[in-house]
Design a protein around this ligand. Sequence first.
Ligand SMILES: *Cc1c(COP(=O)(O)O)cnc(C)c1O
Length: 546
Amino acid sequence: MAVPYRDALSKIRLAFPQPVSDRVHDSYFVHSVMRAMDAVDSLKSECPILGERHPLDYSLARHATVPEHGMTTEQVTSELVTYCSGLAIPGHPQTQQNVVPPPTISSLIGVLLASLYNPNLAWDEYSHRLSMAEVEMVAMTSKLLGYDPTRADGFFTFGGTGTTLYGVKVGLEKAIPGAMENGVHEEAVIFASDASHYCRYNIAGWLGLGSKHLLTIPTDSRNSMNLGLLRDQARAALRGGQRIAAIIATLGTTDAFGLDDIAGIVALRDELVEEFQLCYRPHIHADAVIGWAWSVFNDYDFEANPLGFRPRTIRALAGARHHIAQVNLADSIGVDFHKPGFVPYISSLVVFRSRDDLDLLKRPHEQMPYLYQFGEHRPGMFTLETSRSGAGVLSALANMKLFGKQGLQVIIGHIVEMAQLLREHLEGHDCSTVLNRENFGPVTLFRVYPPGVDTFRIKEKEMQDHAYRDRLLAHNEYNRKVFHYVHTEAMAGRGAVLSLTDCYRYTDYGEPIVALKSFILSPFVDEDIIEVIVKKVLEARENIEV
Ligand SMILES: *Cc1c(COP(=O)(O)O)cnc(C)c1O
């Protein structure tokens, strides 16, 4: 007699990839993926977003319950696709919103394979050759960044925030030995610049240092940490009996691609060790989650310029290299492949210059009795995470193989070239001014002014002269309006989706400077799109009220 659950079970079994080779069922699987892609494709239009954006009803969402009976795979696919409606298409040339890259086909296959067989990177018993892929990625990246790959070590973790968390945690263990076991009973501080990522607050809080022990150092006009002020504050902390858990140097700030002077920070740290006869060496973590990709230019011949970039691009790339080439002076480095590595979330790697640093995080074996009885590679003995997905590793590895160093030079070079072009065009009009002119990255921050404003002088006046405060604030409002106009147009398929930053920098008298922001990260951007953006911005001026 047929048992009802048995009937249901045989249907459920068909919903899994088959454990034993079954080509017919494989084509059903691939076909299901194709159907999903087809359905998403039908959401595409001229607009840089899938489908349409409607107001989201979260109160409805809060009433969701598990359905009594399940659906077919086909029905689930149609359901899932509806959740993609309204998403920005990151590879669309008109999407220039933020640091969100389009993933490559190879990286997506990496995610698929790593998800299909579900390796767990905690232990090579559960991930076998995937563990080797992680070791290969650590070696490749270390070499690329200028570390000695025979001494360096690292692992993938949960985002750029995770990479900095690990760097600072190791620093904390150096400054307060045994903190992992005894807790943090002494005062320790973290230094980072005011242009560094806000994850610094989380890290200070979550590590038990307290976010008020995070000391934020002002930046100069190029968004680089002011080392004179860092010296003053570090001395004051040490004199007051506090320890230095870490100094976070940022290479490529999120909003403006500011680059800290690592060599200068290292020299200052060494000077402090001497002066205060410190029994530990304050840890320097380089947050290079964005800037790491520029290291592919470390050995590029800028004179011969074999890839044929324009002079302005060469200048910007060489300028960035000057800073990135020094990143190997840091004790640890954070890398996001899900930023300028064209890999989907999450794919982040933290590398330490010296493998010994990882011992500071190791837990005793007795705490984990059911794991790690054998095998050679057991990152789970010191990682914060227990399970770690192989998806980030395999997708990053896919892109390293797909692009090679030269492919990355081509993409990074191109997006920098397009950003330079945008700046050139914006500077060619007397109503707009580029705020981060001297900057080397793919982000352009600019402001637009109403008719009758002398934009040649306004930038400095607004920045420095308190008498310009009212005009600054009025122009902040004006730029918000320009942004709204450009945004509404873009959502209707006309022009590009840009973003707005509420505070590019503070003026000398403490007011925020609002700016429009273009973050180019799509290899599909070309000169025609740049012209469209500039035209839209000019058109906005005609259509908004002062
Ligand atoms: C994005 C970013 C982070 C945070 O990285 P997540 O991957 O989003 O956790 C940290 N630092 C910088 C400079 C960033 O741009």
